[in-house]
Design a protein around this ligand. Sequence first.
Ligand code: ADP
Ligand code: MG
Length: 267
Amino acid sequence: MTEPRARETAGLEVTGASIDYAGRRVVDHVSFGVRPGEILGLVGESGSGKTSLARAITGEVPLATGTVQLDGAVLGARRSPAERRAVQLVQQDPFASLNPLLTVGQVLDELLRVGAGATRGDVRADGRPGAPGERAADLLALVDLSPDSLAHYPREFSGGQRQRIAIARALATDPRVLVADEPTSSLDASAQATVLDLLAGLGRGIGLAVLLITHDLSVVNAVCDDVAVLREGALVEQAGVDRFFRHPEHPYSRALLEAVPRLPERQ
Ligand SMILES: Nc1ncnc2c1ncn2[C@@H]1O[C@H](COP(=O)(O)OP(=O)(O)O)[C@@H](O)[C@H]1O
Ligand SMILES: [Mg+2]
């Protein structure tokens, strides 16, 4: 068998990806791509395979078929440390994903130290590595938190702030791909908007390829460039967001859109 030839495309490329759990196929030959600086919304009902795909992209779950590529290079089942750092996940529940025993500063410092010591050839954009403490404060500034936060524990923050800390942590390894798995579904409306704006702004600002997983089409409407609709493990439609909301092609997409009470006008 010959593998499909790696395409020389920048960003994340998922090609023909299938995922099996104990012989049961839950994701079936799914393909999509996300360019640097773009945000692709992956939507689908609960159980459609979104989290499984996220975990396959980060390398936690093996693929039964297909490939995950980053900048044209196939990411295998066994990722190198540099490959792991390049693809970061922000999870649904920021409380569960942050170690309660570590201060925010300790969490960030640890990651920054690992990144700094590695042979990744990734001198930062400003050309200087910077001391971990200073860079941790820079990361917090990116997510609109003050340097005072470094000395505090996750429990001392609100849900929205914790999710911003989780985003700062994901950015600490200088990733090229950010997978956000329902990052706002545990938050109240105003915290949701803040976190989404941050993700969108940061993604575009630093040229990250962002895969934003959600079951909420208003989230897609608010921040995504493109949308891919997953149904029972298969992609039924993929489109630019403007086109999708005006002329959804697949009957399932239309049904999803009809189930949304009312969407604000896109600007
Ligand atoms: N670790 C696992 N072992 C077995 N089945 C799983 C596992 N994780 C998810 N599944 C099943 O795979 C399907 C897709 O789940 P998931 O990827 O979590 O969907 P979603 O994130 O869209 O809700 C579901 O039927 C779920 O029960
Ligand atoms: Mg899920």
